[in-house]
Write a protein that binds this ligand. Structure first.
Ligand SMILES: C[S@@+](CC[C@H](N)C(=O)[O-])C[C@H]1O[C@@H](n2cnc3c(N)ncnc32)[C@H](O)[C@@H]1O
Length: 259
């Protein structure tokens, strides 16, 4: 069953981490966020909304359809004057036409059905000012299919649960389809980038096991029962051996387009 973002037990799922240097470096190459108005759509706990503020954004509007996730954003951004929090759907945010300089969506579109993705892109186009930039960050099938390694821990999942590839196949965006979708709603200069982004460092295996058990920030783990998760953790332990300071990273694709 897919993750229910509105369930109270999923509070703090996209919370308690910080954006990493490699992410900042790439964003800084793609756009100049200083003094800009930025919409972070599907913001989760606001990890990246805060990152945009750190880069000097004038205002960040955090949009998410889940009250639970927005409660995390409120907690994460307390006392910051240039944050606006708004409940809304990525297909229909309620933000005014031509009001934003940058629209950012990280790990959102694989939660939006393929038939609705063009509407999601069109909504971003509508709320951007002329010359504004749309930045989409998500994991394609190629990104997630990289084999398991101490760096790409999520890759171990498919060693023992290959059927989950079918589930991923249904929801993961295809690079060419995204490019075509962006162009079809009017985006110009559509470009594609890759990013290897550090997710977290575990001091030891116990920390990693606890994180996987809590299914933190990995919606695919919600497809597995507690026993299956325990089996996965044993498989990862065997594969990693006695590694300490395990640095988990994820492969991402980034698409940009200009209105
Ligand atoms: C995987 S989380 C990513 C959170 C955050 N962007 C990050 O990278 O840390 C996906 C987020 O998108 C939100 N979401 C999913 N579908 C949505 C929709 N149609 N409209 C608005 N938010 C949506 C979920 O509630 C969740 O907070």
């Amino acid at each position: 069953m897919p993750i229910n973002f509105n369930s109270p037990e999923n509070r703090h799922t996209y919370f308690g981490r910080e954006a990493q240097q490699e992410w900042f470096d790439l964003m800084q190459k793609l756009v100049e966020p200083r003094d800009k108005e930025i919409a972070d759509i599907g913001c989760g706990g606001g990890i990246y909304s805060l990152a945009w503020l750190k880069m000097g954004a004038k205002k960040v509007t955090c949009v998410d359809f889940s009250q639970q996730m927005l409660a995390d954003t409120v907690e994460n951004t307390q006392g910051l004057p240039n944050i606006v929090i708004k409940q809304g759907d990525a297909l229909c945010t309620g933000l005014p036409d031509s009001s934003q300089d940058i629209a950012f969506e990280r790990a959102l579109i694989h939660h939006i059905s393929q038939e609705n993705r063009t509407s999601c892109f069109a909504e971003a186009y509508r709320l951007l000012r002329s010359g504004g930039t749309y930045i989409l960050q998500d994991r394609t099938l190629q990104d997630i299919q990289r084999p398991g390694s101490p760096e790409h821990i999520r890759g171990y999942l498919f060693d023992i649960y290959p059927h989950l590839q079918y589930f991923e196949n249904q929801r993961r965006p295809d690079n060419i389809e995204v490019i075509d979708g962006l162009q079809s709603v009017g985006f110009k200069q559509v470009k594609v980038f890759s990013l290897l982004e550090k997710r977290t460092t575990y001091k030891n295996f116990l920390q990693l096991a606890a994180d996987f058990q809590a299914r933190k920030g990995r919606s695919i783990l919600h497809e597995l029962s507690d026993e299956e998760i325990a089996h996965l953790i044993r498989h990862i332990e065997k594969s990693l051996g006695a590694e300490t300071d395990i640095v988990e990273k994820d492969f991402w694709t980034i698409w940009t387009g200009i209105k």
